[in-house]
Design a protein around this ligand. Structure first.
Ligand code: SF4
Ligand code: SF4
Ligand code: SF4
Length: 277
């Protein structure tokens, strides 16, 4: 439990980055402006993007950004977990592997040879979400994270309350906005290949409101009907390869979305045999 002994005391907080584009850290900086109260509740003792200060004091709350992709990452992550009372996986990369986890669907060496002049100098492993190695107390999903959920989480953590977790699909938020459904509107066009029916809401359907399909960046909703989603896509003329690409873009390592991706990969699909919380 994180406790503030009195109202003047802030929660010591550290932000750590692993494999990702750092866009979610950048969003945190932006949220400071949107929600200045954050800085009255949290004392960031380590946050490389915001300050050059080295980590030289204890912390209670750890924010983890990015997927885990080297043996060193695993040890660093376990050290952070030992120290932190509460740990937040923030962003699609930390929660589900995110865009970097696309490489997990290809032969490791072939990816390394395309990226590095001398792959022998690096020791990367498959990208994994943070909860593959340590317990995660809270998730902030999306690529990047959402400001409303961020502020809800901070208030809940500081008050030691359970934050509101959205179980409904993006479709609910899309319909509440009276959007035209891109999935029903056009046949066989990539922009209409919408994962909204199986993706966890919380982004206020920002993509579909702008006539873009949902790419599933927030990962699977609770108990999604993946088989029906695949059937719908096939009925609209999308190939198995199209379907695999859509399901593996952000959260293909989740048990649910990897099921969708197997439309193309069949038995070769990485499959986690567990539900991502
Ligand atoms: S979730 Fe998206 S924005 Fe956030 S770090 Fe990963 S790639 Fe970047
Ligand atoms: S556009 Fe996508 S999210 Fe919106 S209602 Fe249609 S399928 Fe659902
Ligand atoms: S609509 Fe889909 S892809 Fe867009 S932000 Fe929401 S969950 Fe992510």
């Amino acid at each position: 439990m994180i406790s503030k002994a009195n109202s003047d005391q802030k929660v010591k907080t550290a932000v750590f980055k692993f494999t990702c584009c750092a866009g979610c850290q950048f969003a945190l900086l932006y949220f400071f402006e949107l929600f200045p109260e954050t800085l009255e509740l949290l004392d960031f003792v380590y946050f490389k993007m915001a300050t050059s200060k080295e980590l030289d004091e204890p912390y209670e709350l750890a924010f983890i950004e990015g997927g885990i992709s080297t043996p060193e990452h695993i040890e660093q992550l376990k050290d952070i977990r030992r120290q932190a009372k509460k740990l937040v996986a923030f962003g699609a990369c930390a929660a589900h592997g995110g865009v970097p986890s696309i490489k997990d669907w290809q032969a490791e060496r072939s990816v390394e040879e395309r990226v590095y002049p001398d792959p022998l100098l690096i020791s990367s492993i498959k990208v994994s979400p943070v909860d593959e190695f340590v317990k995660v107390d809270y998730y902030l999903r999306g690529c990047p994270i959402d400001e409303v959920e961020y502020m809800e989480l901070i208030r809940s953590v500081v008050a030691d309350k359970k934050p509101y977790v959205r179980e409904h699909p993006v479709c609910v938020e899309c319909k509440l906005k009276n959007n035209i459904c891109v999935l029903l509107m056009r046949e066989g066009v990539q922009e209409s290949m919408c994962l909204g029916p199986v993706t966890r809401g919380g982004c206020r359907a920002v993509c579909t409101t702008n006539m873009r399909a949902c790419f599933g960046c927030r990962g699977p909703m609770s108990n999604p009907n993946i088989a029906e989603m695949v059937r719908t896509f096939k009925g609209k003329g999308f190939s198995d390869k199209d379907i695999e690409l859509r399901f593996t873009e952000y959260a293909g390592l989740s048990a649910e979305f990897s099921e969708g991706a197997r439309a193309y990969y069949g038995r070769k699909a990485p499959y986690y045999h567990r539900k991502v919380a």
